[in-house]
Design a protein around this ligand. Sequence first.
Ligand code: 13P
Ligand code: SF4
Length: 333
Amino acid sequence: MAPSPTVSPALTAEEISALTSEVRALAAERNALILAHNYQVPEVQDAADYVGDSLGLSRRAADVDADVIAFCGVHFMAETASILSPQKTVLIPDLDAGCSLADSITPEQLTAWQAKYPGAVTVMYVNTTAEIKALTDYCVTSSNAVKVVEHIFAEHGPDTPILFGPDMWLGAYVEKEVGRSLHVWDGECHVHAGIRPDDITTMRAEHPDADFLIHPECGCSTQVMEYVAAGDIATEGVHMLSTGGMLDYAKEHAGQGGTAIMATETGMLHQLRMAAPDVDFVAANERASCKYMKMITLPKLRDCLRDLSGEVKVDPALVERARVPIERMVAIG
Ligand code: 13P
Ligand code: SF4
């Protein structure tokens, strides 16, 4: 299990400015690329070379022209970067930044599950450890899970059994979209699962004309799809999106005003508001904050670049096998 994180004190504007200068100077000195996930605190996002969703970050990590990658995200993301670029030094500013979803399935559990379904194709969310990836046929992220599963049915036949994990809400969403049953693991992300149908009901009453941007890991996603199916919410106002997809929505709607209810981790608001300042982005649940993502701070990023500390290295015996499902995913899109 990931240890309980402690919340870092907020920085003043002057501290942020001085630390950002230090970080950028160290990145130049180390020939380092700073990658940050959309859930990072705003000042870390602003100091990064690239901010994105899991798929975008994997792509950048695979195609990097730097000696060092400083990964501002959680441990499995840095591990994925190291698998894709094993010759690079991959650093994470806090090695204890874990993920409750990645912790929800162990290699022993996956092996036992696979033994129950011989011949099944194993599809795992990228939010998993390297050991799990090494037992997986295809990885997915929230932005391409439907596409990857459709690809598997097209390639292996429509009756192919699929073991899908570890997120049960994403699994339920994919089942609805592809119109077929999968064997779905019952893991969840405590942050997204905590965004409940009641939050959506309250938000609909408060903002009747708002669009909904829903991350498929959310505990409200099934309910929202049911509202749409029942005609209670207009189909065109509901968007099931990865964090990168939400940013595309913001770019497309810049200058159009209006309100959008965002159901995902609240760090996402920073990029959305920068991309479309005239759109009123409202969090479906303001308590949806990932403590692990928030363990990464500017002082820790500065320290890891200065000391080359927090290196994430994957056992070379695992790298080759764990790379297969990630590369298959990146190739599909
Ligand atoms: P995406 O950025 O790929 O949508 O992933 C969300 C997430 O929860 C990562 O931990
Ligand atoms: Fe893991 Fe959830 Fe945090 Fe994403 S938001 S890193 S899935 S615990």
